[in-house]
Design a binder for this molecule. Structure first.
Ligand code: FE2
Ligand code: FE2
Length: 183
């Protein structure tokens, strides 16, 4: 009897712990996604994420060869930011681009994301105090800035203008849901 009670209270406690864990995870996800949500419509939100990512590049580019731990940490942060960003773009925005006739543009941008992963892979395999570490970061940044310019100045404004106000709002919602998956 006593054992039964103990087992039951343990089960209730574990369930409560699990619920609290899930709630904490949901809160954490919303917290991570908050700046994107706050930035407004999908294209403004993505532009804000571009700026936030470039700030991480500013930080890693101001390190010295001895700052190995800091370089690793910043590279991990860059990787997380870009993974969430890519999920939002590829699963919502680029898909919408193809639906609205910009197939070549979507495929080109999607291809760039493959090279983003290539840079992350190569930098991840390189000693953080290697003399080529910062030059590679600089190449990576140049490639990203070109990609961001193409999105912000050419491709995204065109998509925004062909979508109705309602479809733009739907795309913002779909994009945020994708972001929450990786937040
Ligand atoms: Fe992109
Ligand atoms: Fe982007």
């Amino acid at each position: 009897m006593l054992e039964d009670k103990t087992t039951r209270s343990f089960a209730i406690g574990a369930a409560a712990g699990l619920t609290a864990g899930l709630a904490a995870n949901a809160v954490r996800k919303i917290f991570v996604q908050a700046p994107t949500l706050a930035a407004g419509e999908w294209d403004d939100a993505l532009a804000a994420e571009h700026q936030a990512t470039l700030k991480l590049f500013d930080q890693i580019q101001s390190t010295e060869d001895g700052h190995v731990t800091r370089r690793r940490l910043l590279l991990t942060q860059i990787g997380h930011a870009l993974a969430k960003h890519a999920m939002q773009e590829e699963n919502a925005v680029y898909a919408s681009l193809r639906t609205h006739g910009q197939v070549g543009e979507a495929d080109k941008l999607n291809g760039d994301h493959g090279y983003v992963k290539q840079y992350l892979f190569e930098l991840g395999g390189m000693a953080a105090d290697h003399p080529q570490f910062l030059p590679k970061i600089a190449d990576f940044r140049a490639m990203l800035e070109e990609h961001m310019r193409e999105e912000e100045e050419k491709v995204f404004p065109r998509l925004r203008s062909v979508l109705s106000e309602e479809d733009n709002a739907k795309l913002t919602k779909a994009m945020n849901l994708e972001g929450l998956k990786l937040a």
